[in-house]
Design a protein around this ligand. Structure first.
Ligand code: ADP
Ligand code: MG
Length: 743
């Protein structure tokens, strides 16, 4: 451990220093393999679990090829020379019931003497290595494991006794960097730390009030606990800290926008919205009215609205958004509606046009007096069309501009942008929202809509800077959709599936056939969120182009026009395919998950999802939302190869049982790994959420949010909380930034 001297003379908190500077190059290089470079990163590399003296690992449950650390006792050890003149040491360790072999090779018996002297029968230890196979008898074994013997690898007897008492931290490790090495490095650091080295992001007042340990104490307890109680209280504090820092950042963003101020867009009696309400062919649901009133009041205020509207598929979000847009138009402003794809943007424009009728035809023959104009702006428009659209947005002639991210390009100007509506939030980030804001003279109001039901805890974390409204009913008279799971391997069932498609079409319906891929040879999948295969070896995923061909030739569907829709088609081709499908000239549409969001063809009554076992719950729920949109009942057939009782089977059964999006979202969260909840950026890495689980820690998140908001309310830019600011900076570093920007 050279470098200790450096640490003493070097100024600044130890946390920011390189591990190699403090603990030497060898340790520094080792830890770098785990992505740990600074002392701070090492300290934030928390133990995954703890081993306890006398609590043996179940050796019968090890999985081949896994890197494991097991607590066991040495049962026997033998050393012998091999035919080639080398030496071999076989050790059997036991958990009291099962046994596991360890093997060490050496040039000579002498070379193995070190292990021989230590691995004597009766000794207990933690052994780490990759589970391999003993070539002679096929049993699992660890070759050249690293190990740490309990009560042996210590300075003196007192420490030996103490060690048998303490929980032993087990770190996320790898074959190259076993847990003992990490533990050793951490143990070398801990005594060097003073409170000045470890600034605490949690305000002292808060710590005292909530009776939480301060950061240094918590880190010591976590890495080198006396007992289980210490671990628990340290974890509780660190978890709270994670939630608090995140919520503080979200609160700060919120408060910034709130301080910016917006132009008030109060409702106007006798305006276009009143006229629109009068011509609506249906009555608004209670939820639509309630949310409508919320939005109306906020638009009338001088603080920018920042609202997330969650609503089940088919709950009628579009009408709610349109009424909000019309209020802004009535007040002399413009509204922009952003859709995630060109297909959806075009569809939104058509929908709005239909809903508005003559109210959307300002300046045209037959347009109503109070009318406005809807303009579509997408990236693939011809230069002439685009020029016209740009002019309408810039002059203010267009009250409503619908588009994709093309709306964010520099060339797009608005006369007076008052409201931005974003459909399907998860594809737009904060930065993009900011770009749109920058196009307005003052901060426009913001409405974000999502059909993906988001449990409250996730909403608080991921969408923490938005207020939430929920549309929890679907309009009355909405048709039933029954869901069945069809075993892919059963020919009779498959035949029946295609017959059903034919019957639905014969009765005037349309059929979606959804595949995970576009092309059998290429792996492009149009954003299908596939879950890992947990079944046996199986045939490749079905692909749109292949399936469309097979269905055209199949006896069941012979003579029926079959269309395709996928991301490799041009926008015109896609539009065309959807239009033919909607009109019924091509009643069967084989597609990728491009139909997942927002596609609205009320005549569609049947959906067949191939390889359904490979799709996530939420995505299947979204897909299923494409049928049963009209008055006729729908049927959703999930074709799958899932073992009874497997996770895939559980997912599909749950889907078949319920259409309650919130229940499904909860199931989905339970079935997914945490990392997937917040997106790929959250899985692993040196800066991700470590202890906080948005699925389980609702209370912690809720409490942290209240605390964070009150801190930010008193000190909006956190000038009096430099340590909290520093923690936010760390949080925003690298991948974390990406994650927050998705909100
Ligand atoms: P989503 O929330 O999935 O975006 P939409 O806004 O597309 O739902 O609405 C789905 C369908 O329901 C549309 O055809 C829409 O015109 C219709 N709709 C909306 N509100 C009502 C209502 N209150 N009563 C009957 N139909 C409605
Ligand atoms: Mg919609």
């Amino acid at each position: 451990m050279t470098g200790l001297e450096d640490a003493v003379v070097r100024p600044g908190p130890l946390l920011g220093q390189q591990i190699s500077t403090v603990l030497g190059l060898t340790t520094g290089k080792r830890m770098a393999k785990l992505g740990l470079h600074t002392v701070g990163q090492l300290l934030r590399h928390y133990p995954r679990r703890y081993a306890r003296h006398g609590q043996m690992t179940d050796l019968a449950s090890l999985t081949a090829k896994e890197h494991v650390t097991v607590m066991a006792r040495v049962a026997q050890a033998t050393v012998r020379t091999t035919r080639t003149g080398g030496a071999l040491m076989n050790v059997e360790i036991t958990d009291g019931a099962s046994r596991l072999g360890l093997v060490f090779f050496g040039k000579s018996k002498g070379a193995l003497r070190y292990h021989e002297g230590r691995l004597t029968p009766g000794v207990e230890g933690l052994f780490s290595g990759e589970v391999g196979t003993d070539k002679l008898n096929g049993r699992p074994q660890l070759a050249h494991p690293t190990y740490r013997l309990i009560g042996v690898d210590v300075e003196d007897e007192a420490e030996g006794i103490e060690e048998t008492r303490r929980p032993i931290p087990l770190y996320p490790a790898s074959a190259a960097v076993p847990t003992e090495h990490i533990e050793k490095a951490v143990r070398a650091i801990l005594p060097l730390l003073t409170p000045q080295d470890v600034p605490d992001p949690l305000p002292a007042e808060l710590l005292a009030r909530r009776e939480l340990p301060e950061l240094l104490g918590a880190l010591r307890a976590l890495h080198r606990p006396e007992d289980d109680d210490e671990i628990r209280s340290a974890q509780e504090r660190l978890k709270f800290e994670e939630a608090f820092v995140l919520q503080a950042e979200l609160a700060r963003r919120r408060s910034r926008v709130a301080r910016e101020g917006a132009v008030a867009r109060p409702p106007r009696d006798g305006g276009i919205r009143t006229a629109f309400d009068a011509r609506l062919p249906f009555t608004l649901t209670e939820g639509q009215q309630r949310v409508g009133a919320e939005l109306s009041a906020e638009l009338a205020g001088e603080r920018p609205m920042q609202r997330l509207l969650q609503g089940e598929v088919g709950s009628g979000k579009t009408v709610v958004a349109l009424r909000a847009m019309l209020q802004v138009v009535d007040a002399g402003g413009q509204a922009a509606l952003l859709a995630p794809t060109e297909v959806l943007a075009a569809q939104h424009e058509r929908t709005l046009r239909t809903l508005l009728g003559e109210l959307g035809e300002a300046g045209m023959l037959g347009g109503a007096d109070d009318a406005t104009r809807i303009t579509l702006l997408t990236g693939s428009q011809s230069a002439a069309v685009r020029r016209k659209a740009l002019a309408e947005a810039a002059s203010g002639a267009a009250g409503i501009v619908v588009g994709t991210h093309a709306l964010l390009s520099e060339h797009v100007q608005f006369a007076d942008l008052g409201l931005v509506v974003v459909d399907e939030q998860h594809r737009f980030g904060v930065e993009q929202r900011d770009t749109l804001r920058a196009k307005a003279r003052s901060t426009p109001h913001l409405l974000v809509m999502t059909a993906t039901p988001i449990p409250r805890t996730v909403a608080m974390t991921v969408f923490g800077d938005l207020e939430t409204s929920v549309l929890d009913q679907v309009p009355a008279g909405r048709a039933e959709v029954v869901t069945h799971v069809v075993p892919a391997g059963n020919d009779r069932w498959m035949q029946r599936t295609w017959q059903r498609v034919r019957e639905e079409v014969a009765a005037g319906g349309r059929a979606y056939i959804v595949c995970a891929r576009i092309d059998p040879d290429a792996k492009d999948d149009d954003g299908a969120e596939l879950v890992p295969d947990d079944g046996p070896a199986r045939r490749p995923l079905r692909a749109v182009l292949e399936v469309a061909e097979q269905l055209t030739d199949s006896p069941e569907l012979a003579g029926l026009p079959v269309g395709v829709l996928h991301g490799r088609m041009t926008p015109e081709e896609k539009e065309r395919a959807l239009a033919d499908f909607a009109a019924g000239t091509v009643p069967v549409l084989v597609s990728t998950t491009v139909v997942e969001v927002g596609v609205d063809v009320p005549a569609a009554t049947v959906m067949v999802v191939l390889d359904a076992d490979r799709f996530g719950v939420s995505q299947l729920h979204q897909l299923r939302g494409r049928i049963g949109r009209g008055s006729k009942p729908g049927v959703c057939l999930l074709v799958a190869d899932a073992f009874p009782g497997s996770p895939a089977d559980t997912r599909l059964r749950t889907l078949a049982e319920t259409r309650d999006g919130f229940r499904l979202a909860a199931v989905d969260l339970e079935l997914r790994r945490e990392g997937d909840v917040l997106g790929a950026a959250q899985s692993g890495g040196a800066t991700s959420l470590r202890l906080l689980r948005v699925t389980r820690d609702a209370d912690v998140i809720e409490e942290a949010r209240v605390e964070a908001r009150s801190v930010v309310a008193a000190d909006p830019e956190l000038e009096r909380h430099p340590d909290l600011l520093a923690a936010i900076d760390v949080l925003l570093d690298g991948e974390r930034e990406e994650f927050l920007d998705r909100t």
